[in-house]
Write a protein that binds this ligand. Structure first.
Ligand code: HEM
Length: 447
């Protein structure tokens, strides 16, 4: 017996969230069933996705008259997945999953369908299913774990990616009939200087990046997607992040990382569609991957106690920017382009060629740029009392090789590297966005 609906909050009130939506004019809704239709069909997890006819709608959705952070909502549907050019939220829970050894192609498809359905709801501030946390009756475990009840969508985005092992296992096995679809561009990263990679917290068949402005909403998303995966896939590793370390929109202020530096100044931004097409969105290779991207994730420990003992002018020299203003050492303000040829009166370069900015700037890397979207992390401390802290670095690029080229240039003699130690490294291909009738990655299985 199910309890009657008693809407009390955005997360447990479907009627409330279905009303009063505006879709941006640049991405008009296509004809077809609305998300309200999808919800109406979805009596439970796994029922609705794939059964609804619809089209692609806009990327961002806002509720009329909503201004509170809790009510900020993004659409799961669109040309690209959300969580890439979406203005970077403040919190992240990132997770990688392995399919069970006995899982079949049908298990994988049903998992992606169930994940898509639950995601379409959570991003609207709803429980993972209609019965949710409180309406499944007293004699069953609730379908939703309940800790995000009442918290609203809080700008939640969920981005899905596929690891190389999903296409072909390390021993060459084609477990899911996907080997022919492995993009040629999907290469592994070479080992880099200061790599101390821990295999147990790297790679995986699938990844899920959940970002939100409320940490509990992001954790709720990963926890419930893990629960839904039970019997088909299991959590391999996960990482919590706080405090975005990049801006992905010109509307955002530049945040600071754990070295106290403004981070994200010269990041690719949502307002640069041509540069995104050139550097972020996949346009080559199998058709199913078009509109997607490659997600590079690296857990980079920062020796913050060592850094804290470095003189300010040396900290500036290592980065190539002024710590307080973020301006390049060649002069100007934060967003002034660095001049790598500028010298002082003695003919000395103002920006050291071994500084981080000099090593990674597109001008010194054949024009290659990337969209960075990382987060700070602190995972306690070691037994000598040093914080286990750093940057969970995430970058979106249209070819892993292009990331590797910039990284190799950085690793060669970037002074920054002395303060960094990478403990986890992964690459996932993020398929393009979907329409309301589809589940994430559907075109891969129909290719
Ligand atoms: C803990 C590790 C790292 C920290 C703390 C860090 C910090 C920074 C900071 C403060 C900036 C300058 C501000 C800005 O333009 O965003 C910057 C720029 C940049 N970083 Fe990093 N970074 C790290 C690792 C990496 C890695 C692994 C890469 C990959 C190759 C990378 C690529 C870049 C790029 C492409 C830029 C923009 C350069 C420009 O166009 O001026 N960073 N980083």
């Amino acid at each position: 017996m199910s309890n009657p609906p008693t809407p009390e909050s955005p997360r447990d009130s479907e009627s409330e969230v279905s009303a009063d939506r505006t879709v941006p004019v640049e991405t008009p809704a296509a004809p077809g069933l609305s998300r309200r239709g999808l919800l109406a069909l979805g009596g439970g997890v796994g029922l609705a996705v794939g059964a609804v006819a619809g089209g692609i709608t806009g990327i961002a959705v806002t509720k009329n008259n909503s201004s509170s952070a809790a009510e900020l909502e993004y659409s799961f549907y669109g040309e690209h997945q959300s969580g890439i050019i979406t203005p970077a939220q403040d919190r992240m829970h990132f997770a990688a999953f392995d399919m069970r050894d006995d899982a079949t192609r049908d298990d994988l498809i049903s998992l992606l369908q169930d994940w898509s359905y639950a995601t379409s709801r959570m991003m609207m501030g709803l429980d993972v299913s209609a019965k949710g946390a409180f309406r499944g009756g007293p004699y069953l475990p609730p379908e939703d774990t309940g800790e995000a009840s009442g918290l609203g969508p809080s700008g939640l985005t969920i981005t899905f990616g596929f690891g190389r092992s999903l296409f072909r296992s390390d021993d060459g096995t084609d477990r899911f009939g996907l080997a022919a679809q492995l993009p040629e561009d999907f290469t592994d990263l070479p080992t880099m200087v200061n790599d101390f990679i821990q295999p147990a917290r790297s790679g995986g068949d699938l990844c899920v990046q959940a970002c939100s402005n409320d940490p509990q909403v992001a954790v709720h998303a990963i926890r419930n997607l893990t629960r839904i995966a039970f019997g088909r896939a299991q959590l391999k590793w996960s990482q919590l992040g706080f405090g975005r370390t990049s801006s992905t929109s010109t509307a955002q202020d530049t945040p600071r990382n754990l070295f106290g530096q403004k981070d994200g100044t010269n990041n690719l931004k949502a307002e640069e569609p041509d540069r995104l097409t050139e550097n972020v969105w996949i346009t080559d290779g199998p058709a199913w991957s078009h509109g997607g991207s490659y997600l590079v994730a690296r857990r980079i420990a920062m020796t913050i106690e060592v850094w804290d003992g470095v003189q300010l002018q040396e900290q500036d020299r290592v980065l190539g920017r002024d710590k307080e203003s973020g301006a390049p050492l060649s002069g100007g303000t934060e967003f002034t382009a660095p001049d790598f040829a500028a010298t002082d009166d003695g003919g000395k370069l103002l920006i050291d060629i071994r500084s981080h900015v000099a090593r990674t700037h597109p001008e010194n890397n054949d024009g290659i740029a990337m969209l960075r979207r990382g987060y700070n992390y602190v995972d306690g401390n070691d037994d000598t009392g040093r914080l286990d802290a750093g940057l969970f670095f995430i970058a979106f690029v249209n070819q892993p090789d292009r990331f590797a080229a910039v990284h190799t240039n950085m690793a060669r003699d970037d002074m920054f590297v002395e303060y960094l130690k990478t403990t986890s490294s992964s690459v996932f291909v993020v398929p393009g966005g979907i329409g309301e009738s589809e589940y994430v990655g559907q075109s891969l299985f129909e290719a």
